[in-house]
Design a protein around this ligand. Sequence first.
Ligand code: TRP
Ligand code: ZN
Length: 868
Amino acid sequence: MQSPSPSSFKVNYIEDYSPPVWLTPKAHIRFDLDTENTIVRTEYEVCLNSDQNGKSLPPLFLNGEGLEFLSLRVDGAICDPGAYQISKEGLTLSDPPRNQFQLVVENKISPKRNTGLEGLYQSNSMLCTQNEPEGFRKITYSVDRPDNMIRFSVSLVGDKEYFPILLSNGNHIETKEIHGGKQEVIWEDPFPKPTYLFAIVAGDLAEIRSTYTTLSGREIVLKIFVDKGNQDKTEFAMYSLKEAMRWDEETFGLEYDLDLYMIVAVDDFNMGAMENKGLNLFNSKLVLADKKSATDETFESILGVVAHEYFHNYTGNRVTLRNWFNLTLKEGLTVFRDQWFTEDKTDPAVKRIKDVTLLMDHQFPEDAGPMSHPIVPKSYVEMNNFYTVTVYEKGAEVIRMLSVILGREGFKKGLKNYLNRYDGQGVTYEEFIHSMEEANQLELPMFRNWYDRKGTPNIEVSEDWNENTGTYSLEFTDTDKTNLPLLFPIPIALFDADGTVLKEELFIAKGFKSEINWDGFLQKPIASVFRNFSAPVKVKFDRSREDIVFLAKQEKDGFSRFFALQEVIKQCFESSLEGKEITKMPEVLQVIENTLSDRKNLAKDYLSYLLSFPSIGNLAESLQVFDYEIIEKNRNLWLATIADRFVTNFQEIYEENRISLPTQTRTEIGKRRLQNTSLYYLFHSKNSLNRLGGLALQKQRDAKHMSEELSIVRLLSEMNHELKAESFAMFYEKWKSEPLVLDYWFAAQVGFGTEALETVRRLKDHEKFNWSNPNRVRSLIGSFARNPLSFHKADGSGYRFLGESIEKLNSINPQIAANLTKLFQNAWLQTGQRPTIAAEVLENLLKIPQLSREVTEIVTTIRKGWGL
Ligand code: TRP
Ligand code: ZN
């Protein structure tokens, strides 16, 4: 994102970085816990970062926001008010006594009034913290930046009845009974860490305990804490944790470094989960699951996110960040590690399809719009706004390119080198790339430009075939020659007409134009390039449709076969938008027929992806056509054509997969997906629609797994079927007391169709809707705004509704409000009055008197990107 300088909010620039003047290498914090009034007493060892020989000592600044200051002591003596100043941003001690001293500061906070869910806050009856990136300053005064590494000890004092469980990072030292029904629990973390990794939890929670023995034979105690009553929904999370621990040992030789690992499930949580040292905090939707109440997608998210947070223990915690601009150093790398883990544990092609689809549907638009930024942003106003798909997902693609260039073994060597060299330090992406180069004894200078260049590169591919010499060549051109030159890997396969692989080669493209050629061919080979999506670029390969159809049938790389098939569909779809008759485009039916006849050779899960038709959003983004109603109309035509043509096959597939066991194995997950895919087509076939409704409701009633149950609800909703209301009512009756399942219910009602505005207006007043719970807001308001047919209504009513919601959330939870504001990013591409109305809604947001830093930055950035 560009750095606007909105009103009075300060902009942080990467080139202004300088190391901290003062450090606080040790801290002891005592919390007197109370939901209304918590007293925090923090004792620091303060020291000067570098020798200031003879010169007078610089002032000490401690960040602090929204704190009620109580007292300050320096070296034991209480400071008089003239010795320090307190502002909205923090506390300044003008004349520190010497280059090393002790400081004790006391302040008061109110967890209950903290609805922004950053700092110390209350969720149900639990107190917990969220400090990344800059939440610690909402708990106590501190040098709140990731290059200030602290050894923490913590004393938690609280009422035994309300807070029998008191947790913090590291090792439990002791528990003491104290007068008045209270207890004191002491924790100590032997590893120095920045403030953002600090955490505490207090509550009356159920504990699920297990153990894990490392490859070297150490026993680690694993604990998951949940609200009482949810104990039987933690098995899969515990399993995921153990799998992740084993995988990191086997893959990278990384063994967990404390004797205790804790996960706490929290109902009110701004994001997915948080990697606090030894004490991960999780959005409860990413911990709690059983087959009755969680979908296959939720199970897989749990596997991935539990692993992600666990992997941060090395990539993030042991080696951390020098500054927030380098967020992708830990996030891109850790996402890549969790992707790799899930590829190993499930089906690599399927996982890759999901990850690339996410990138194309969400990151490509972000990078093409007003909020485009490099994976290392050059400036920010509110760091919370930079936890983006670009920093995370594109960042992971950049790391993946290294693993393709260096090979997995070379990558492992490089990562080990990085972790050894920089253990206990805060570093930047430069140290990471340097470690990779050093361990592999090569240099990748242009590769660094991936960290500074924003926007998705457009790569044009052209082929040349010389019949006389038998020479075949490929040329790759980066079309934006004014931008930074890049280096990227291109795995290539050349096929003959029978599908035999003639050549497999890893080509490394450097700069704006690169060429590779081969000779000795009798016939023109067919090339597959960027196999397995080897670089986060848009590829334009000017070649015959015939060649793409060939790859959709013959490519051995599972991802690239899927991608070619989708390409066939998209090209034909585009022609249909331009008025060409569907019946005149046999290629789509041909590749689907081929997939259907090949289906016994394909894993069920993978097959379901090959058979899926691109979503409205995916089509709009790929074809850069943003008239969603026209896309929907054509898409329905295509679906009906395919369904009618293959109705018997889809009936067969449905019958073959109708009965699945409610377990999380590839086969059973694949069966459930195939039930869903085949029903989806059958519902679009003109012939079978009416008969199917009754069958669907019966299936919803009999479902043994949430994936089966919910897919019916969604299907009836998407089809706007006459039984839709009955389906929703039945689902509600069954699940009204399960909050995580109700989130699916809210989302499914507004996620499809052109009439969701009325529904969202009604449901926001539903007794189960709650503006303070981020999961609920995302499921209702977020799903509405991600439904293009309703959000982008021609009269602007969708935009106005989102504007009202943002205003409401601005005062409750600015982070959630800002994330919703980002959904305006592509309104400018729309036709008619839409852009004007979107601009007006954003302008009105700027008039809100207490508009948060979070929302202000997003609104300003979007408006600026639109040239306003
Ligand atoms: N570091 C977390 C992760 O990706 C993400 C995170 C950042 C977060 N800020 C947060 C999580 C606020 C919850 C709340 O693993
Ligand atoms: Zn992360």
